[in-house]
Ligand binder design. Sequence first.
Ligand code: SF4
Ligand code: SF4
Ligand code: FES
Length: 229
Amino acid sequence: MQHYITMNMDGAKLRTPQGVSVLDVAVEYGVCIPHLCHISSMTDIGACRLCIVEHVSNGRSKITTSCTLEAKEGMVVRTNTDRIRAFRKNVAELLVAEAPNSRAVQDVAVRCGVTNVRYPFRNENCILCGRCVRVCAEVWQAKAIGFIGRGKDRHVDFPFGTRPDFCKMCGTCVDICPMTITPCNGPMKPGEEYLCGQCESQLTMNADFPDTCVSCDLGKGFHCERQRA
Ligand code: SF4
Ligand code: SF4
Ligand code: FES
């Protein structure tokens, strides 16, 4: 039998099945918590850190990623405070500096209020979100790719850099990667990167309800999990 809990999100009392994450609850109820590395029904690793929220407990608030935070009975969560918006905006600004050639990253940066990038652009081709690694392991049970190395050398690759026989050549790792779709005006060359700002979420954003889902289409084909519901 399914058990339910009741939690408080941004002042609203929400009833939800036990065992789901706070991000899943938000997605279900149409509360916008920007996110990139989350894929519904798969293990969350808290990689992109965009989905941070304030979790209020015993009068103290702690900032944590909502995709890795299980919704519990009586829990109080704030998704859109000034503090959260400032932290999230900085996370998004760092992400877009890291990987400006992703339309999904560009779009989510706009959604998080980034209007200017103060960090040097690095034009990386991977944000280490782990979506490819998880889909390979959890959907295809293949484990044909994984994270290799540490620190600045960390990257995704096949074991020993060679595609193994057990790779099913399904292409899901590519389909699910936020780096596969370039910004509106095409790929940016190193040294010529900029904040694009021409994103769907900006066009549909409502200043009166900044925390409400606007069905972002993060670069056509890379959807917010809300649209899968
Ligand atoms: S193509 Fe290979 S590496 Fe990519 S998800 Fe499929 S099995 Fe995994
Ligand atoms: S290759 Fe793409 S999906 Fe895989 S970790 Fe990097 S950005 Fe994420
Ligand atoms: S969606 Fe939670 S850290 Fe990326």
